[in-house]
Design a protein around this ligand. Structure first.
Ligand code: FMN
Length: 319
């Protein structure tokens, strides 16, 4: 049974991957999507999205980080996939799920689910371009406006030779609105010749259990749930083994937050790093009341010293 960390554009970058993998029990990460148009991207783009390429495509804890590509030109996706592999990517993931208007207007992401033939061509071209030993995976939604093409899209991915398939159990029209329709995944997961990984709306161990039951999957991919509860993966794996693991206490989470802030100070402008921390706090508010208080304290500030003070006070108050 595996737990994957979901790609999240603008949220889960290499710093976040490193932190969440350090907490533990994550089996694979995927980068934010890299948009491919009509050219071979310079290597620096791949290194920017995945500094892990300099370490064999692994996080510091040894978790593989697949490169996610988004685009519609099979040949260009294939060439960029090959370059990513030559730079050290341990696997390639193809994005057929992005719902953003700006992306869909440019013929990328979930819009491709309207035409399973195009999904097939893309997966096949990438599969043929990269070495057999490099996994090629695809991430889809149930469909674009509805799920009428769902089975055909799954067949396209499988027939084109993908190694695994992640299904975000909603259509593009559903956006991120609950619920996720896990039971629809069961229509394809049960007889699938490749592993199918369930994704969407898993915020707790309870959700995980219902998702597994309804989707017929063994493996799950977690996005927002892992940001709201950074050791959700540990809790889920403990549950799978028939054991219990409690959620991290606030001081531990706050330490992580502190690392997220101070580890990235050298890489980004302070105001951007502050933005990332505030963004994470918004997810944490769902699970930790202390996050609301800390958010209120820092929301108008970008001064590292004030942050340090605020983190220390928040830890002291809840210890
Ligand atoms: C802010 C944000 C950014 C996302 N970026 C990506 C992305 O770059 N690639 C991708 O395949 N999915 C992306 N997703 C979708 C997630 O990977 C995931 O499928 C979705 O959030 C549902 O899972 P969850 O309920 O566990 O969060 C993004 C989602 C969010 C909320």
């Amino acid at each position: 049974m595996r737990v994957l960390l979901a790609p999240m554009d603008g949220v889960v970058d290499h710093t976040m991957r490193a932190l969440l993998c350090q907490v533990g029990s994550i089996d694979r990460c995927v980068t934010e999507f890299i948009r491919v148009t009509n050219r071979l991207l310079p290597s620096r783009v791949f290194y920017r999205y995945s500094p892990e390429l300099k370490h064999n495509g692994l996080t510091h804890c040894g978790v593989p980080v697949y490169i996610q590509l988004l685009g519609s030109n099979p040949q260009m996706l294939a060439e960029n996939a090959l370059l990513a592999v030559q730079l050290g990517a341990p696997g390639i993931d193809l994005n057929f799920g992005c719902p953003a208007k700006s992306v869909n207007r440019n013929d990328g992401g979930s819009v491709l689910l309207q035409d399973p033939g195009r999904v097939f061509d893309i997966v096949q071209a990438v599969r043929e371009a990269v070495p057999c030993k490099t996994p090629v995976t695809a991430k889809i939604r149930l469909g674009f406006n509805d799920s009428s093409q769902f089975h055909k899209n799954v067949k396209a991915v499988v027939d084109a030779g993908a190694d695994e398939l992640v299904i975000h159990a909603r259509t593009r029209r559903d956006g991120y609105k609950p619920p996720a329709y896990w039971q629809q995944i069961a229509q394809v997961s049960v007889d699938s010749p490749i592993p199918v990984i369930a994704n969407g709306e898993i915020w707790s161990v309870d959700d995980y259990q219902r998702c597994i039951e309804q989707s017929g999957c063994q493996d799950v991919m977690l996005g927002r749930g892992l940001l709201a509860c950074p050791n959700l993966s540990q809790q889920i794996k403990a549950c799978y083994r028939g054991e219990f693991c409690s959620a991290l206490k606030w001081p531990e989470v706050c330490q992580l937050l502190g690392s997220a802030f101070f580890n990235t100070l050298e890489q980004y402008e302070t105001k951007h790093v502050g933005g990332r921390v505030k963004q994470w706090l918004v997810y944490l508010k769902r699970q930790y009341p202390e996050a609301t208080e800390l958010f209120e304290t820092i929301k108008r500030h970008n001064d590292p010293e004030l942050y340090q003070q605020a983190f220390s006070q928040s830890i002291a108050r809840s210890a």
